[in-house]
Design a protein around this ligand. Structure first.
Ligand code: PBG
Length: 326
């Protein structure tokens, strides 16, 4: 054979690692943590083996467990003690996220990101206030502009509690501008915003909605989250968030949307985050549980793929397990 190019030459042990293009590091990973104000003991999340909702008293311990694996950033989700139509516990000074953030930032070196959304705090489970909320039959759609004011208020309360970065996930138009304006007005111009910029209306969020008790009580999120068929629209969404001051651009979910991760990485000169969501985690766990897949290997391969596609940061429920093996 007259082959000059033999790519196999570089696949042998020893050289293989030297020519590797994408290397995953614990520093790329962000671990989600669920803090639950309704419990005083840890509650395993059935659909997400290995994850738990922890009470406020254990929030610091939980984050220390994450730090021990080499992961230095967490994103906090809260389950409040009570819910109402406007989600008022989302911006309470003694709210579950505010309290957890205060404790974690006081007692650990973790970089604390707070997820900012109303769906865990509203009794109807939508990501904002409903239109005509006071009417006997509220319209079953979220009032965008009413919601913006609340998002800004939540952001300020999270920053006051010490959040290092704010991550709005509600897909309201203008949310980044509203939050930036609120933060700046209150003196938090150094707190960055990681916007869930291209967030799809995905069925892969199923296990999370169990975990955070945030399933919509009626309807779905199609009127604010993106249609899975759209890619050009993602560019437009991200463009708007960049104009409004987003510092980090997130795509969510990750694996089914790697084309979007790549598009955004190429189009914009800002860090790109990808959220390897609950359903992506649950699939591998379920298959591994049956002995059909090697969990550690498939988790690592998934995260490397997400990074290879262009993500700089990865939010993942595998953060701790994978970091321990890096
Ligand atoms: C809240 C929010 C959701 C997720 C993160 N923030 C759920 C949703 O939009 O329905 C999903 C995370 C996951 O599935 O891991 N808006």
């Amino acid at each position: 054979m007259d082959l000059t190019d033999r790519p196999r030459r570089l696949r042998r042990d020893g050289i293989r690692e030297l020519v590797r293009e994408t290397e995953l590091a614990a520093a790329d990973l962000i671990a989600p943590v669920f803090v639950d104000a309704t419990t005083d003991e840890r509650v395993p999340i059935e659909t997400m083996p290995g994850h738990e909702r922890v009470p406020l008293e254990e929030a610091v311990d939980r984050v220390e467990e994450v730090l021990e694996t080499g992961v230095s950033a967490v994103i906090l989700f809260g389950i409040p003690e009570s819910k109402d139509a406007r989600g008022t516990r989302a911006w309470a000074e003694d709210g579950v996220i505010q309290e957890a953030t205060r404790r974690i930032t006081a007692e650990t070196d973790a970089y604390v990101i707070t997820d900012l959304c109303l769906c865990e705090y509203t009794d109807h489970g939508h990501c904002g206030v409903l239109e005509d909320a006071a009417a006997e039959e509220p319209r079953l759609t979220v009032d965008n502009d009413e919601t913006l004011e609340l998002l800004s208020r939540i952001a300020v309360s999270q920053a006051e509690a010490g959040a290092d970065m704010i991550a709005p996930s509600g897909m309201m138009d203008g949310m980044v501008a509203a939050i930036r304006e609120g933060l700046d007005r209150e003196g938090f111009e150094d707190v960055p915003i990681m916007s869930y910029a291209a967030k799809y209306e995905s069925s892969f969020y199923g296990p999370f909605r169990d975990a955070a008790d945030g399933a919509p009580a009626f309807g779905n999120r199609r009127h604010y989250q993106m249609d899975p068929g759209n890619a050009e629209e993602a560019i437009r969404e991200v463009d708007l968030d960049v104009e409004q001051g987003a510092d980090v651009l997130m795509v969510k979910p990750a694996l089914p949307y790697l084309d979007i991760v790549r598009d955004i990485d190429r189009e914009f000169d800002r860090p790109v985050a990808a959220y390897n969501v609950s359903g992506e985690y649950a699939m591998l766990q379920a298959a591994a549980d049956r002995g059909w897949l090697d969990l550690e290997a498939t988790a690592l391969e998934s995260l490397v793929s997400i990074k290879r596609a262009g993500a700089d940061l990865i939010l993942t429920y595998f953060a701790e397990d994978v970091a321990e093996h890096l």
